[in-house]
Design a protein. Structure first.
Length: 324
């Protein structure tokens, strides 16, 4: 049986992309229905992540006026403020009702042709289908190098992620129910979804350039997502810090013994530089260690508060408009 489909898209200041996005997703849903790949019902869920431009007004208008064939609905969710990409996406996923749910970016960088292949993989038995970039040719060399290094670090500390997969993926209703059982606020969805298990498949695609507007992921946001990825899945950095401390302590002990010996042997050391140097080195290492502890402690603090992962301000749906 072909599944019903929800397409979930987080949108943050995407007024330049929204018109085209709605048109293309509507057309995609119509095509999938026509081909019999999906059944009866398709829904486009647009989550406004506290945009300051006309994004929400455009979503409302789309829900009220966009007319696609019967069975295709547009739903808008307005979050109370900017919660960040991961939580905006989660808000959309949590409201999904279909049997197959595909998440993608608002800037149409994710190739829509891959969606039908994802659905085929789902119908072939996969509960989760990861969209994987065929190449990183369209990236800057800085992004390519840092991405490769990051995947290596994640693998090194035992975090299982699918390389070159961001948040373009299909999840079955069953996989999504499993994700719902994870109330954590320290969110790194691509790692979390991978950790669910279930049978999975990958679909490769070519990542296009943004259709309009600029990236909503400045370097600082990227770094913070990267740290989230490590701290939400591994405590190994804490162990590394312990080891570094231990090794330095051992080294210092040897150094002190050598200094005492040298004094006894009468080799006087006029060691001002070495003392100052080691103070700075140890100070640096200690601060770094405290920083790592702090990262984890901060996350424990946030998790124990059990604050909601996102807050919804308002919702619109196109089928409600039709009724009224
Ligand atoms: N996004 C969001 N909230 C944010 C930042 C980004 O919902 O705080 C959305 C954005 O609208 C887009 C997706 O997340 O749909 C990915 O962002 P972007 O395309 O700017 O990232 P890039 O592709 O440059 O890494
Ligand atoms: Mg993008």
């Amino acid at each position: 049986m072909p599944p019903t489909l929800d397409l979930v898209v987080p949108c943050f200041n995407e007024e330049a992309c929204l018109g085209r996005l709605v048109d293309r997703l509507g057309a995609l849903s119509e095509k999938l229905l026509r081909e019999g790949r999906i059944a009866g019902h398709a829904r486009v869920v647009l989550v406004d992540d506290g945009s300051s431009d006309a994004t929400w007004e455009m979503i409302e208008t789309a829900a009220q006026t966009a007319r696609f064939q019967d069975g295709i609905e547009i739903k808008g969710i307005k979050l109370s403020r900017n919660h960040g990409h991961q939580r905006a996406l989660l808000a959309g996923l949590m409201s999904a009702e279909a049997e197959a749910i595909v998440s993608l970016d608002a800037d149409l960088q994710d190739d829509l042709c891959a969606v039908s292949r994802m659905i085929d993989a789902y119908r072939g038995g996969a509960e989760i289908v990861f969209g994987v970039r065929a190449s990183r040719a369209s990236d800057t060399s800085f992004k390519r190098i840092t991405a490769r290094a990051y995947y290596r670090i994640l693998n090194g500390i035992g975090v299982d992620v699918v390389a070159d997969h961001a948040d373009f993926r299909l999840m079955s209703r069953k996989a999504l129910a499993a994700l719902r059982a994870h109330p954590e606020v320290n969110l790194f969805l691509r790692g979390l979804v991978r950790s669910l298990g279930f049978s999975s498949a990958t679909v490769t695609y070519d990542r296009a350039k943004r259709v309009a507007g600029t990236t909503k992921y400045p370097l600082a946001a990227m770094v913070s997502l990267a740290i989230e990825g490590i701290t939400s899945f591994s405590t190994r950095p804490l162990r590394y810090v312990t080891w570094i401390g231990f090794m330095i302590a051992l080294f210092s002990l040897g150094y002190i013994l050598w200094a005492v010996l040298a004094r006894l042997l009468g080799i006087t050391v006029s060691g001002w530089a070495s003392i100052v140097g080691s103070i700075y080195l140890l100070g640096g290492v200690q601060l770094f260690a405290l920083g790592v502890f702090g990262e984890y402690l901060g996350r424990i603090y946030l998790e124990t508060k059990r604050r909601p992962q996102f807050l919804i301000d308002h919702e619109v749906r196109s089928d409600e408009d039709k009724e009224t």
